[in-house]
Design a protein around this ligand. Structure first.
Ligand code: ATP
Ligand code: MG
Length: 295
């Protein structure tokens, strides 16, 4: 991680590093690390930290009328030069110990749960839904936020209420569904489907719910090409699915237990290209211009 002389390090996450910026603020620095199945690869993906940061900042702006967010600044004197472009100064929050997942299409762990139980997070779904098919309505499928190295656990809404209390649980569910709908609408205008995503929230010092962490990035969301939709099959995606597929495929030689193998250069390049393309498609902006110098 990048040492910052004026900011004490607080936490090293799988992908991001948190520093104390004083005044109830944090500096969140997105690295080029990439994770899969709760583990981190030793091989970085160049420019990934810039994409995560630029895309979160874009979405915080787009979604600001739905809910306040933690972003204070992403450029200017508060951001050290060495991490410019991949750092955000944010309000430090009391994070909720849950992950707020919304699914508009059924894939990944949601699809696996559905195949086994006919339900996801206690929500019964119609029979015969195929892999990656669109759901009749987006569904809220929360999970716990596990300790490092442990998998998050899907929970039903009753359990979610027992963790947060009813009023807050309902507020988080409604906010998450609305954020998803807004994100999916923008993605659709740009020729992409927002299959599913995860949000994290915290409570600000005045007690209100605040959107935190990263938002609708290729690390926290699945984006698919809208064209060529074939339910029953995985789709071309602009997220880290490519890395997961390589890892569980025969080429990686990974036994699901040992340390992750190094990523081959072609997987790194393909992943980098997908992250950058997701940014270009969603925002209509160019990563080379990020962060923009004030005019
Ligand atoms: P996690 O599963 O907790 O996300 P991680 O290893 O994926 O762990 P990163 O996502 O790399 O961690 O690091 C970001 C961490 O910062 C997360 O734990 C997230 O909950 C936390 N975080 C994000 N925004 C804020 C905020 N405004 N105040 C306090 N903590 C925050
Ligand atoms: Mg995280």
């Amino acid at each position: 991680m990048t040492p910052l002389p004026r900011h004490p390090k607080l936490v090293t996450g799988k992908v991001r590093d948190l520093y104390d910026a004083g005044d109830d603020r944090l500096l969140i620095v997105a690295s080029d690390r990439i994770s899969a199945f709760e583990r981190v690869f030793a091989t970085p993906v160049p420019d990934k930290g810039r994409v995560l940061t630029a895309m979160s900042v874009f979405w915080f702006g787009e979604l600001a009328d739905v809910l306040p967010n933690h972003l204070v600044a992403c450029d200017g004197p508060a951001i050290p030069d060495t991490v410019r472009g991949r750092a955000m100064l944010v309000e430090r929050l009391e994070m909720l110990p849950v992950e707020a997942v919304v699914r508009g299409h059924l894939t990944g762990r949601g699809y696996a749960d559905y195949r086994r139980d006919g339900a996801v997070c206690g929500l019964e779904l119609p029979r015969g839904i195929t892999e990656s098919a669109r759901l009749p309505e987006p569904i809220f499928t929360p999970s716990t936020k596990a300790r490092p190295g442990e998998p998050d656990e899907n929970i039903d809404f009753g359990t979610f209420v027992s963790i947060l209390g009813r009023a807050l649980a309902e507020e988080v569910r409604e906010a998450s569904l609305e954020l998803y709908r807004r994100g999916a609408a923008r993605a659709a205008e740009q020729g992409l489907l927002l299959a599913d995503t995860k949000f994290e929230f915290g409570i600000g010092k005045h007690g209100g719910l605040v959107l935190a962490d990263e938002v609708l990035t290729p690390d926290s969301a699945r984006y698919w090409l809208a064209d060529g939709h074939r339910p029953g099959r995985p789709r071309p995606s602009f997220d880290k699915q490519h890395v997961r597929d390589w890892l569980v495929g025969p080429a990686s030689g990974w036994d699901c237990v040992s340390q992750l193998p190094p990523l081959p250069p072609e997987v790194v390049t393909a992943t980098r290209d997908r992250y950058i393309e997701a940014y270009h498609r969603i925002t209509g902006l160019c990563l080379a211009d990020w962060p923009r110098d004030p005019a």
